[in-house]
Design a protein around this ligand. Structure first.
Ligand code: DGY
Length: 321
């Protein structure tokens, strides 16, 4: 009997995912479900043929350099791979895959929740009622910003950006977008393309970020770009914390340039940025864009599909390097 590949799961993936994994592989699961440290990743690389990490495990250049040659594939349970130094992994000949498509709707739902929550003052309203401080009502009470008929700017019109556009169209929003390349008319669905971020920003009332984190997109939204936005615009970030200069956003919230924000991602995770806590016009979530039962199973299965292809000698569908 040929030996089965050994696979490490640094985090506890969904029960269905682990059940399928145990059927087909020799599996090691970190039952404590704590983020895999650099030392753990390096030590495990000598014991396993594959890893199925999340964005919480960091394959930095130094970690990659220390990986044991036994490790052949990193089948990420995430679409974002900014936690992986891809050039270093490629140089070591380690295959890397991700899980696109399957989390687009769940993430777009969270973007919608944050956009509506920020626009309609959900944090403030919830806390008034919850604290027993709701003592009055008037036509001027808790007036927010309407999304219907407003212009939405989407930065990054990949799978999640497009899924969000579909949902936003259902709310009667006019879609504008900036992307590295223009989409086909069928994909655009009437959205207005802006070849540069600078021309998009002054045109929209709401801005939602859906591009990957990379050296080029770090602090994409900062003092200069926030200055180009419409007065009172609303910012939504469900992509990566690295995209936003948080100090600049705090200054824009203080000045009222940005009237509200919805954030699922922060520079420091877990934890977030405690400075945002003083803003009741900022709705915050702890990086749960893809956290639905259906999506967790789909992400796990997609990662396993990639492993299966690799170990049967085929090209994994989502191979990045
Ligand atoms: C992703 O898949 O990139 C999500 O942010 C969860 O890790």
């Amino acid at each position: 009997m040929t030996e089965r590949p050994v696979v490490w799961f640094p985090r506890k993936l969904s029960a269905a995912t682990l059940e399928r994994a145990r059927r087909d592989y020799d599996v090691i699961v970190n039952e404590a479900d704590t983020p895999g440290t650099a030392d753990e990743i390096i030590a495990m690389s000598a014991r396993v043929d594959a890893m199925v990490p999340c964005h919480s495990e960091h394959f930095t250049e130094a970690v990659v350099a220390a990986l044991d040659p036994r490790l052949k594939i990193i089948a990420n349970h995430s679409v974002g791979v900014d936690h992986c130094n891809l050039p270093a992994l490629q140089q070591r000949g380690i295959v890397v895959t991700n899980t696109p498509d399957v989390l687009s709707d769940a993430t777009a739902e969270i973007a919608m929740l944050l956009m509506l929550g920020a626009a309609r003052r959900a944090v403030e309203g919830d806390s008034l009622v919850r604290q027993g401080e709701w003592s009055d009502w008037s036509p001027a009470f808790m007036v927010g910003k309407q999304v219907t008929g407003a212009r939405l700017g989407i930065v990054g019109m990949g799978r999640v950006g497009r899924a969000f556009a579909v949902k936003a169209r259902g709310f009667g929003m006019e879609i504008h977008y900036h992307n590295r390349s223009r989409l086909s008319p069928a994909e655009e669905q009437g959205a207005t393309y802006h070849p540069s971020l600078d021309t998009l920003l002054p045109e929209v009332d709401f801005l939602s970020l859906h591009c990957p984190a990379s050296p080029e997109t770090t602090d994409l939204i900062g003092e200069r770009t926030l200055g180009l936005m419409r007065d009172g615009a609303v910012l939504v970030n469900t992509a990566r914390g690295a995209l936003v200069d948080e100090d600049a956003l705090i200054a824009a919230l203080d000045s009222g340039k940005i009237s509200a924000a919805g954030l699922d991602c922060f520079k420091v995770e877990p934890g977030g940025n405690p400075e945002f806590a003083r803003f009741s016009n900022v709705m915050m979530l702890p990086h749960i864009g893809s956290a639905t039962r259906a999506t967790r199973d789909a992400m796990g299965f997609r990662a396993l599909d990639n492993l299966d292809a690799f170990f049967s000698g085929n090209q994994p569908r989502d191979r990045l390097v």
